[in-house]
Design a protein around this ligand. Structure first.
Ligand SMILES: Nc1ncnc2c1ncn2[C@@H]1O[C@H](COP(=O)(O)OP(=O)(O)OP(=O)(O)O)[C@@H](O)[C@H]1O
Ligand SMILES: [Mg+2]
Length: 257
């Protein structure tokens, strides 16, 4: 669970991004190996969400490179990166609120649909088999997140904690190699957070590289094998959680914000 020698799924090499001349991310080099949860922490406005948007191709880099599975993907479009195996959850939940829980999870599975539009419209056997398979996979995810009995409920009517879970299921449905979680347990109590933390650890153990952004330090310490700390867009510390969180430079950065 602590193998940072495996070749990284994600590598940021001296990445920078400016907004109107001001650096939001400044010369950042971090990596995320498979099979582990890597934490990215830092005070509000440090540039964490910007890092996620740069990785996902939502924002273009001003400098540096992003490598995915060793390939330079700095210029690759967001849709192609998603197909290649990047998935994320949002700091502010984004769901199809009118759709059911199941619809939302299925939309993640459809991102990887093999059969084409026509075979689906014509109800060809290949399409029916794939639909059955998707339904089975979606229900397995719902079971895993303890939401099977809510499958037919409209997403927008459910609690905040449930909506957060739906986002995670949709991201996992895409079978990512790299999962970016932007404050996935914000606003949850310790018990709820711990139960999701166990799922994240299981997902990582299956070989996924997880990059976790989170302000809940207890949670971060429990599930991350390695932390990167950013402040004002720059890396100020990295290492095992216990070491990093005791570092005076890190404490100062948090107190100063
Ligand atoms: N689209 C944008 N245009 C201009 N400035 C932006 C944009 N997005 C982010 N910024 C600025 O970049 C800096 C980093 O913002 P970012 O949202 O990445 O921080 P964060 O670490 O995710 O903070 P938080 O912990 O509050 O979520 C901030 O100063 C922010 O105002
Ligand atoms: Mg943020």
């Amino acid at each position: 669970m602590n193998d940072r020698t495996a070749s990284p799924v994600l590598q940021l090499d001296n990445v920078g991004r400016r907004f109107g001349g001001l650096p939001a991310v400044d010369g950042l080099s971090i990596s995320a190996p498979p099979g582990t949860i890597t934490g990215l922490i830092g005070p509000n406005g440090a540039g964490k969400t910007t890092v996620v948007n740069l990785i996902m191709g939502i924002l273009k880099l001003t400098s540096g490179r992003v490598l995915f599975d060793g390939r330079d993907v700095s210029q690759v479009e967001a849709a192609d990166l998603a197909r290649a195996g990047m998935a994320r959850t949002f700091q502010n939940i984004r769901l199809v609120t009118e759709g059911t829980v199941l619809d939302n999870v299925l939309s993640g599975l459809h991102a990887h649909q093999r059969t084409g539009l026509w075979s689906n419209l014509l109800g060809l056997p290949s399409a029916r088999t794939e639909q059955r398979e998707h339904l089975r996979e979606a229900m397995a995810l719902l079971e895993r997140f303890g939401m099977a009995e809510l499958a037919e409920h409209r997403a927008g009517t459910l609690s905040y904690g449930h909506q957060r879970r739906i986002e995670m299921m949709r991201a996992l449905a895409m079978k990512p190699k790299l999962l970016l979680l932007d404050e996935p347990v914000a606003g949850m109590n310790d018990a709820e957070a711990a139960s999701l933390g166990r799922i994240f650890s299981e997902v990582a153990a299956e070989g996924v590289a997880i990059l976790l952004i989170e302000h809940n330090m207890r949670f971060v310490t429990q599930i991350c094998s390695h932390l990167y700390v950013v402040a004002s867009g720059r890396l100020i510390a990295e290492g095992p959680p216990e070491t990093v969180l005791a570092d005076p430079v890190v404490i100062e950065a948090y107190l100063g914000s």
